[in-house]
Design a protein around this ligand. Structure first.
Ligand code: EPZ
Length: 428
């Protein structure tokens, strides 16, 4: 198991290009199950979760044909299995995204329950109740979701359109319903849908495949089901840039007191985060597809509260919290999405941070002089926060279990080295 060895403090300077969005690519890959025609995707990030989804799909009989850096063509002409096994699902919860497409096109699916996760219980009840509302029969046995569309209750084994109201917005839940509704009989209306840019990007792909979707990016989405979907034809689908990766490098630039520019970015996808950086005294310059941060003096303590998009993204909470350890005053960081998303706090305290937890709030006092030490990553975004803190800490920080990081960041050590950091990947 690899680790990162970081020698700090080291200001970051330079430009980095945003990769494709992990959370837009995973549903796009699953969408290939909806058609027998080829689906070509571009701008795929080189991260472990994309590989895991690839293994999951090829295990079902989908063929994957690489077409050069960041390009992949998927063919789900016929499939040999409608199962998502525990061994894969437990490593990547997003595997649940095969449920909707399998049910919609093949009328059956056997998907392992994802199980617990470091950041929270993360149930999938809203996915299941939505599929049931569309006519699927669902049983959970021995840790697996057994779902099928009976050929008696639903005409020809097809799902039926339905009115679905989510009690709270769910990103992958909304995506699974879009997949299911795209091939269902009749109209589906999704209320209180999630608004994340990745959902809009998936809806764009589905529309290119022939789906009839309106309202993606709003709280109410309407889908008119069609008999069958095509592929991407002559127009590959290039996924949007990763706003969370972008935000992470901007926070790295800010915490290190450097000057970092992210190109190929979408500032409009990060409004709440950029506003928080500005409140904290970071000089943020946003262009059409670039975002540059520089430090204009000491950081100021700032409060944030995570929320569904367009609110402050929970996937940038840990990175912002690490930044606030270097700010003058007391910041209150409130996490509202996941009940256990402060595992980075204990490790940051090992580096000398002054953070107190009170239920869903972390109270951060700063600035403190961080000192390098061995720390252990617990999940994807927590590990990013530890790397940021290591860039600001005096001496050596060893971040262990960076396999968490590799799930969602493509070669972070190389990118940071190009920006001037002293960081190396070492055996853990
Ligand atoms: C997506 O997860 C992202 N993953 C997560 O990113 C992100 O943190 C999350 O959305 C919130 O923005 C992908 O897109 C692959 P939710 P998802 O369903 O869809 C509760 C990262 O770091 N809920 O929107 O699983 C749930 O427990 C990852 O890249 C239910 O109760 O999140 C949570 O409290 C981590 N029942 C809330 O809703 C359900 O059936 C929002 O979760 C579904 C969700």
């Amino acid at each position: 198991m690899d680790a990162f060895l970081i020698r700090g403090p080291s200001p970051l300077n330079g430009s980095v290009r945003a990769s494709g969005a992990k959370n837009a690519v995973l549903p796009a890959l699953a969408a290939a199950l909806l058609t027998s025609e080829p689906v070509t995707l571009e701008n795929l990030p080189d991260v472990a979760d994309v590989k895991t989804m690839g293994v999951l799909l090829s295990g079902m009989g989908v063929t994957l044909e690489p077409g050069g850096p960041g390009r992949l063509t998927l063919r789900a002409g016929t499939i040999s299995s409608t199962e998502a096994p525990y061994d894969l699902v437990r490593t990547m919860r997003a595997s649940i995204l095969v449920l909707g497409p399998l049910l919609a096109r093949f009328g059956e699916a056997r998907v392992s329950l994802p199980g617990g996760c470091a950041i929270g219980v993360r149930p999938v009840d809203l996915h299941l109740s939505a599929m049931e509302a569309m006519g699927a029969r669902i049983a959970v046995e021995k840790g697996y979701i057994h779902a099928h569309v009976s050929r008696i209750s639903a005409a020809a084994g097809r799902l039926s359109g339905a009115e679905i109201t989510f009690p709270q917005p769910t990103v992958t839940g909304t995506e699974n319903v879009l997949f299911a509704a795209a091939l269902a009989r009749g109209r589906t209306v999704v209320r209180n849908a999630a608004l994340e840019p990745e959902i809009v990007d998936v809806a764009r792909l589905l529309a290119a495949m022939g789906a009839r979707i309106e309202g993606a990016g709003t709280r109410t989405i309407t889908v008119e089901g069609v008999e069958r979907l095509g592929g991407t034809g002559a127009r590959p689908h290039a996924v949007i840039p990763d706003r969370i990766e972008t935000g992470t490098y901007l926070a790295a630039g800010a915490i290190s007191g450097g000057d970092v520019n992210v190109t190929g970015a979408r500032p409009g996808d990060l409004t709440a985060f950029l506003d928080a950086l500005r409140r904290a005294g970071v000089d943020v310059a946003a262009g059409a597809d670039t975002i540059r941060v520089r430090r204009a003096g000491p950081l100021r303590a700032s409060d944030i509260k995570t929320a569904p998009h367009p609110g402050f993204p929970t996937d940038l909470q840990a990175q912002f919290l690490a930044l606030m350890t270097q700010a003058e005053g007391t910041s209150r960081i409130v996490e509202t999405i996941f009940e256990n998303r402060f595992l980075h706090v204990g490790e940051l305290v090992r580096l000398g941070a002054d953070v107190k937890l009170d239920a869903h709030t972390a109270v951060v006092r700063g600035p403190v002089a961080l000192e390098g030490a061995p720390v252990t990553a617990s999940d994807l975004r927590a590990s990013a926060a530890l790397v940021l803190a290591g860039l600001a800490a005096k001496g050596e920080t060893r971040v262990r279990r960076i396999y968490h990081l590799d799930r969602g960041y493509s070669r972070m050590d190389e990118t940071l080295r190009r920006l001037g950091a002293s960081i190396e990947r070492i055996p853990g």
